[in-house]
Design a protein. Sequence first.
Length: 121
Amino acid sequence: MPRWTFLTNHALVLSFLARHPRITAVELAQAIGIRERAIRKIIADLQADGYIIKKREGRGNTYTINLDLPLRSETHQHVAIGNLLETLDWGENCGEPPACKTWSPKAQGTEVARWAPGKLA
């Protein structure tokens, strides 16, 4: 296990939600390697600050990302979340990240959920 990584758990959760908008907290926890309770707290943080919108659909949730909000770091507030997610793009077949190879969504779409103020796309 690496002692440090370039991405925080918040960034990992956000990138998984962008790639798999109907993923469950349990699936996220398994994919990222942290506890489900931590995932739920991160989702609550992201939702409270407007980075995601959580919409109940049937027995699950669908997550939409606000791509226009800036990164939270004072040194990178000129960079939008959408730019970060674009940089972290895993491609159509999940690309190279090992976590993606060990996790497979249950019949979920692979499109990135996009949200801009005033409209859903």
